[in-house]
Design a protein around this ligand. Sequence first.
Ligand code: ZN
Ligand code: ZN
Length: 294
Amino acid sequence: MANDAGMTKPEMRNAPACGLGRAQNGTDGGDSSFGLRASFVIRLSSFVIPSPAACREWLEALLGLCYPAVCQICAARRCTPEDGFVCQRCYERVRFIRPPFCERCGLPYPGDLTAPFECANCRELELHFHFARSAVAAKSVVLEVIHRYKYQGHLWFEPFLAGLLVRSAATTLAREHWDWLVPVPLHPTKEREREFNQAARLAARLAAASGIPSNLRLLRRVKATRTQTLLSRSERAENMHDAFVSRAGVKLHGERIVVVDDVFTTGATTSACARALRLAGASEVGVWTLARGL
Ligand SMILES: [Zn+2]
Ligand SMILES: [Zn+2]
């Protein structure tokens, strides 16, 4: 199921335009296995002509010797495709979210807390998830990378982004024995435009690291919501309220589910997902996102 992660034809964008990075195997589900099969068939049929995939690998290895990959943020230091083309120095600018934070929405609290704390926003809003946590602050390098990943299709950043989420969430989630990860669905029209669902791709990586399967068959986005950037907190909640439904025939029996998304802003989107999952019969819905607006 994790391999169904909305991955249509993004493999061409797994390395920067200069072609200095190698494509990331294992991120493109059926496409990459097709590539392997094709390669195998061609090798069987001829010992002389290498497959296109092999040619590409050799070419990239050769280019890598002549032009080592550089960080796609600072363009100054070396990095690797496994780093997601972000160097160590730029990585150090990432701000991980650490306790103390709001028990409900994960908003960090500057200072010490001696008792469980729920922020003013959570007290005002009706949130349908039990808790939300985020790996890093949606600031500086993280914000830039997410923007380029989502809106410009710079998929070579994925190991960097997914690595942040996995580092923060995988061990905890594995220990807590959740039933499924459920990425926030895109509306079909938007998914056709973008050609991939970033939440599904991040969830697939988190599933691989935590051992909790990603399930794309529970939720459906039925409302193509307009951009939320200029909306107030309550307008966002209103805008998203009925944006998601469980798919026809889905009947849950008290499963415990973690909704996965790239960015948490007010919680309106993930709360609407949690609402639909709980209406379908989930007993507990938590949220993990890669980044959080502060
Ligand atoms: Zn850098
Ligand atoms: Zn809160």
